[in-house]
Design a protein around this ligand. Structure first.
Ligand SMILES: Cc1cc2nc3c(=O)[nH]c(=O)nc-3n(C[C@H](O)[C@H](O)[C@H](O)COP(=O)(O)OP(=O)(O)OC[C@H]3O[C@@H](n4cnc5c(N)ncnc54)[C@H](O)[C@@H]3O)c2cc1C
Length: 470
């Protein structure tokens, strides 16, 4: 019997497997999708079909916080990425050339990460996991059901393993649900009458992405990845092998902009944004990749101070997910994997209740505040977009949103503010760095009276006309 059965071999499952195997634990990693094909960046991006992950081909950036964790815990994964076309990327390098920022500083190395498309990143972790003698990899195997043990008096049910298609049963001391945003692990718990607590937002976002390639443009970085406009946001993210992506982010409810999934409409639209338009001048590598239904969700297996079930924990997106605008998903997943490894060092998984409680408490302490911050931002931004769609300006007294809007205005105007913002958005530090004496006042001063949107773009009527034009 394995020490751990990991349901799902995405970034969360892979990192968990690598960290636990490094501790000498026997791990079985199960995923319904096939393994990666052989080859370099383009072979992996175009050739690896992963129907189990809807966003597999979407724009992804690994934040510096996640990169440093990966480089420390699995340097061979980073080496593999670099071997197949990933390149070093500094999160604030594009901003060094913005007027007030005045070039790089000696300690800007902390903002380093790798520019790499998601399939290439994942294939590198997969190769490391597959090569580890402590990890048994089972790809192309669908998990259908959780096996449970009847509870003894005064205890809750315990998961003892999984049942797969074809009837195979795999038992393990601990089942780790890394089944992603679709949360099939939570659904299987409901199937056996064990409902986790679940919080889901009513509305979400939709992404319309194209990838491009050009050796020249790839080196001209935008000052930051995300640009806010009235009813759309635009993301520009670097990738491996001379590629990068450009994404329109809309409200999922915005039916009028659904036409952005047509590549001509997408191109007419991007031309209207002078700061971002030149990023669509490279050689297109993909059509428009549209992904919707991106709502935030959060699940808990410990409710009112007691576990609903033991023998199972959830990590990564299976635990919680949000609008991916800030690119925190993989970094959160890596951190969660490290928290699980640390909990397993402290508490024996055989002491099932204590283990569930300790891991839940660590998750709530270290990761839940982060999720709440993203969820709050999503709620305000969706309300803002809803207002913009109706031709109105969004206002709120919530100091959270006023601070966030203020940071967008101030980051380009002061080198210390820029770095504090990058520390927080790069998941290198918590929001307390923005409250340092002197900095807080400077942010307030620099953002006072600033307009909401800092980059030129069309009014909504012009955008809709471009999207619907023949
Ligand atoms: C549009 C978009 C853009 C994003 N951009 C970024 C970004 O820039 N940076 C970033 O860090 N994050 C980004 N994310 C988030 C990131 O994709 C996720 O956080 C990440 O995939 C989470 O990894 P995971 O391992 O938890 O889940 P997943 O990657 O979803 O993996 C889950 C795995 O479980 C398997 N599985 C599920 N059910 C079963 C079953 N019953 N049997 C067998 N296998 C099963 C699936 O096949 C899959 O392989 C983005 C997300 C979206 C939607």
């Amino acid at each position: 019997m394995s020490d751990a059965l990991i349901l799902g071999s995405g970034p969360a499952g892979l990192m968990t497997a690598i960290l636990l195997a490094a501790e000498g634990r026997q791990v079985t990693l199960v995923d319904r999708d096939p393994p990666p094909p052989k080859g370099g960046g383009d072979d992996l991006y175009a050739g690896w079909k992963r129907p189990g992950v809807r966003q597999f081909s979407q724009a992804h950036l690994l934040l510096p916080g996640g990169f440093h964790l990966l480089a420390k815990e699995s340097p061979e994964s980073v080496d593999r990425m670099l071997d197949v076309g990933a390149v070093s990327h500094n999160l604030i390098a594009g901003a060094w050339h913005v007027g007030a920022i005045d070039g790089p500083r000696e300690d800007d190395g902390r903002f380093e990460t790798v520019a790499v498309r998601r399939p290439v990143l994942e294939a590198s972790l997969f190769a490391v996991a597959e090569g580890h003698p402590g990890i048994t990899v089972r790809r192309g195997l669908q998990v259908n059901r959780l096996s449970t043990k009847e509870p003894r008096a005064g205890q809750c049910s315990r998961v003892t393993g999984v049942a797969c298609e074809g009837g195979e049963e795999i038992n393990a001391e601990l089942v780790i649900d890394a089944s992603g945003r679709g949360a099939s692990g939570a659904a299987m718990l409901r199937d056996v009458g064990l409902a986790p607590y679940e919080q889901r937002a009513e509305a979400g976002f939709r992404y319309y992405t194209r990838f491009f390639r050009s050796e020249n443009l790839a080196s001209r970085l935008p000052p930051w990845a995300g640009f806010q406009h009235d009813s759309v946001s635009i993301l520009v993210l670097p990738g491996d092998s001379g590629t990068w992506s450009v994404t329109f982010v809309t409200s999922d409810r915005d039916q009028e902009l659904r036409g952005l999934s047509n590549r001509d409409a997408w191109h007419r639209a991007i031309q209207l944004y002078p700061t971002e338009a030149h990023w669509a001048e490279g050689k297109p590598v993909t059509g428009v990749i549209a992904t919707g239904g991106l709502r935030s969700a959060h699940r808990r297996l410990v409710v009112a101070g007691a576990p609903v079930v033991t023998g199972i924990v959830a990590v990564g997106d299976a635990w919680a997910s949000t609008n991916p605008f800030f690119g925190a998903g993989m970094t959160t997943a890596f951190r969660h994997a490290a928290l699980l490894r640390d909990t397993m060092r402290l508490v024996d998984t055989k002491d099932a209740t204590a283990f569930s409680m300790t891991f839940a408490a660590a998750t709530e302490r270290h990761l839940l505040p982060l999720w709440h911050g993203f969820d709050d931002w999503d709620r305000h931004r969706l309300a803002e977009v809803d207002h913009e769609m109706m031709g109105q300006r969004y206002t709120t007294d919530d100091p959270f949103w006023q601070k966030r809007v203020g940071l967008e205005a101030a980051r380009a105007k002061d080198p210390d503010v820029l770095r504090a913002v990058a520390d927080v958005t790069g998941l290198l530090a918590g929001p307390e760095v923005l409250a340092r004496p002197g900095l807080k006042e400077r942010i307030a001063e620099l953002s006072a009276g600033a307009s909401r949107y800092h980059y030129p773009g069309p009014v909504r009527r012009e955008l809709l006309a471009a999207v619907t034009a023949e």
